[in-house]
Design a protein around this ligand. Structure first.
Ligand code: NAI
Length: 718
């Protein structure tokens, strides 16, 4: 709702009231209509200030309303009425003015922002565009290039930047409403024609067409298949080329296309999924709202390799006190230098002092005696990790939480090395750990709800999207990756090339195809795991070379590793690079003739493989494993899996995550294609459709938010 009062004799004050962010729900919009009418019809009122309660101006549209039929007055005429008012309207912006919130402010004749406020038009991140005149007013106010930047990226700006760009008229450190009221008093009765942004022409640009062509090309490249950024460019182009009223028509048309698109639905789903995962629960009944985390102030990081360094940086940047341990002197010195550099660069970007003093560097594990929580990040070697956990159990003060960053190993085995298995959980970060948003928090059968709650809270504190997952090989993300990679290998055997597979996946929206990713992260990583599992030893030629434990197996990755082809680091992998450490992959004739020979040796006759088969085999195998994970109770719901894939594995956000995507494709189709491929490859168990998928299809393929009910029923029958 919106509240109305008259202050300082002649200023009408409209306060938006709808916690937590004063979103523009139907009642708030109706409230604005009523209060504006009141203010304009009250002869004592000479000017009006619009603000939001609790230090927040307005967070924009109420996204929950998008799912149903919109009711209440639409926003566009409300903003028009505000702009057309014959009394000065002043927006007092505190906290945030985002999306519709900023559009409302742009309809006002003046804008005052608090120094700590943030402003932006983030609609593009939800698959939409600013369709309450934002795409038409902002370029008229601040010029086409700056408006394109804000609208196509959705980035938020600080009040200082907003002032510099001309979005606001004034920035204050004091009470924003007081300053806005003062301004409202001073402009009462003054002419308003020059303050109505819709009457402006966009600041002229000499070469409009080439500018838009260049921007469109850049945006297309960056968008990788997302349609909203393209529509945003088209809307701003309309603002530059057309009179306001026609521009608004174009804005409306473009929005209608976006609003009904699957992409907007996917992005809005992921917005809510991100929030849903913080409300975690486990099969044993532990829950986010009944478990109390313990405060964590001091954290130890054991092992300062690739991961340990990033983790230490993320912790220090969040203001935690960090004790690091790295036994090798040379590695310790190098790590210190690298970590300090990362902290300095990060601080420079954010305009703050680098938190160098938050970290101490040690070679002796005794240094961790008084920390509240430990994150172990030594080599992926069970024997070594077990030893470290035994030491930690002795050295740490009672009650210290012991966490491991293992990518796949059994968290419970590590817990059993300690005297307090209930305090052990996994905290699985993603590289680079100070940048990647995802954190899988892995609970073992003996992890206490408090340990899980504490790790989840720490994840939040350091800015991660944390997802609670059960303990199994590879947890959620890496477990699903296995069938995906396996299919990619099989496709090479059957006739595809790394280039073809990668192109199909990149056209789908991944920033890199699987073979490029494999070259980047190193083929030796998977090789070591397969060797550890006894899979990678060279076999005799013939059929057995391609079978392990009765299942189809591709030794292609192992064969490349035996040749020393580890990917970028050796300058050769699935592709070739100009030098070891090179980044630009190019097609490698050696690999192509090797593949030919390999196929001939194993009697494999190559056939034509198209993009559709690549996508179906790789993605449906991955999705099928996702269903198994739900069936096993390793992830609580499809949202957990989707958030993991969106934030940790580069799944294109406008496709909502693998489980949402399966729903969009249609579960019957996914099931049908898996059945088809399983028939063709009966020695590939990952292609066998799992029970939950069959059950969902049998229950009429309910929408993704209803899957939990079917999962629950399935669990109760097991
Ligand atoms: P790394 O090889 O870069 O670093 C491991 C570090 O541990 C080295 O600096 C080594 O000197 C140190 N170390 C060995 N024994 C130690 C001991 N007893 N005490 C203290 N430090 C010791 O390895 P990386 O890549 O950082 O991986 C660490 C862990 O993180 C592994 O469990 C790995 O599976 C996991 N992980 C790795 C990811 C990656 O992308 N590299 C992603 C997510 C998890």
């Amino acid at each position: 709702m919106a509240q109305y009062s008259r202050i300082s004799g002649s200023v009408g004050l409209i306060t938006l009231k709808s916690p937590p962010v004063n979103a523009l729900s139907a009642v708030v919009r109706q409230g604005i209509v009523d209060t504006v009418e009141k203010a304009l019809s009250d002869p004592k009122v000479k000017s009006v200030v619009i603000c939001g309660q609790n230090g927040i101006f307005c967070g924009g549209a109420d996204i929950k309303e998008f799912a149903g039929n919109m009711s209440g007055p639409p926003l566009v005429p409300i903003i028009h009425a505000i702009e057309a008012a014959n009394k000065p309207m002043v927006a007092a912006i505190e906290g945030i003015a985002l999306g519709g919130g900023l559009e409302l402010a742009l309809g006002c004749h003046y804008r005052v922002a608090h120094a700590k406020a943030r402003l932006g038009l983030p609609e593009v991140t939800l698959g939409l565009l600013p369709a309450a005149g934002g795409s038409q007013r902002l370029p008229r106010l601040i010029g086409v290039p700056a408006a394109l930047d804000l609208i196509t990226t959705g980035r938020h700006v600080t009040a200082a930047e907003a002032l510099q760009l001309g979005i606001v008229d004034q920035v204050t450190d004091h009470k924003t409403v007081d300053v806005a009221v003062k301004l409202a008093l001073s402009v009462a009765g003054k002419p308003l024609d020059a303050r109505r942004i819709s009457t402006y022409l966009c600041p002229p640009l000499s070469a409009l067409d080439p500018l838009f062509e260049e921007v469109m090309q850049k945006v297309r490249q960056r968008a990788r298949g997302a349609i909203a950024p393209i529509a945003c460019v088209q809307a701003v182009r309309a603002a530059a080329a057309l009179p306001y009223a026609q521009g608004m028509e174009r804005e409306k048309e473009l929005m209608a296309t976006l609003f009904t698109s699957g992409q907007a639905r996917a992005l809005q789903y992921s917005f809510f999924a991100q929030r849903a995962v913080s409300k975690w629960s486990t099969p044993s009944g532990a829950r986010w709202d009944t478990s109390t985390p313990r405060p964590v102030h001091k954290v130890a990081v054991i092992g300062l390799g690739t991961m340990g360094r990033g983790i230490a940086v993320a912790l220090a940047q969040a203001g935690l006190s960090v004790v690091t341990v790295e036994p090798q002197e040379k590695q310790l010195m190098e790590a210190k230098q690298a970590v300090s550099g990362m902290l300095e660069r990060g601080a420079k970007k954010r305009g703050v002092a680098p938190p160098l003093n938050n970290i101490t560097y040690n070679s002796n594990i005794q240094a961790v005696a008084d920390v509240d929580l430990v994150i172990e990040a030594v080599f992926e070697d069970m024997a070594l990790k077990k030893k470290v956990f035994q030491q930690l159990s002795v050295v740490c003060k009672p009650g210290t939480f012991l966490c491991t960053n293992t990518s796949a190993l059994d968290v419970d085995q590590l817990a059993s090395q300690t005297r307090t298995p209930e305090l052990v959980v996994g905290m699985h970060f993603f590289a680079p750990a100070n940048v990647m948003k995802l954190l899988e928090v892995v609970y073992g059968p003996r992890s206490s709800p408090q340990a899980l709650a504490t790790a989840m809270q720490l994840g939040k504190k350091i800015g991660k999207v944390s997802v609670a997952v059960g303990n199994c090989r590879g947890f959620v993300g890496n477990r699903m990756l296995k069938p995906y990679i396996e299919q990619a290998f099989f496709l090479l055997e059957e006739g595809a090339t790394p280039e073809l597979v990668d192109r199909a996946l990149e056209e789908f929206g991944f920033s890199m195809g699987i073979f490029k990713v494999s070259d980047l992260s190193g083929l030796d990583v998977g090789w070591r795991v397969r060797k550890g599992d006894g899979l990678a030893e060279p076999r005799a030629t013939g059929q057995s070379a391609r079978i392990r434990e009765g299942r189809r197996y591709s030794p292609l990755g192992d064969l490349l590793c035996e040749q020393g082809r580890f990917g970028q680091k050796t300058g050769r992998g699935w592709y070739q690079y100009s030098k070891p450490g090179g980044r630009e992959p190019s097609s490698d004739p050696w690999f192509h003739s090797f593949l030919k020979e390999y196929r001939a040796k194993h009697g494999l006759v190559p056939r034509a493989i198209d993009h559709q088969e690549v996508l179906e085999r790789c993605l449906y195998a991955l999705i099928n494993e996702g269903f198994r994970i739900l069936e096993d109770g390793i992830a609580a719901g499809p949202e957990d899996i989707d958030v993991i894939y969106l934030f940790g594995y580069g799944w294109p956000s406008y496709r909502g995550g693998p489980m949402f995507y399966a729903g969009m494709v249609g579960l019957p189709k996914v099931l049908d294609r898996l059945e088809h491929y399983y028939q063709a490859h009966p020695d590939v168990p990952y292609l066998q459709p799992c029970t939950l998928l069959r059950r969902l299809v049998a229950s009429g393929s309910p929408p993704v938010h209803k899957w939990r009910e079917v999962i629950k029923k399935l669990h109760s029958q097991l």
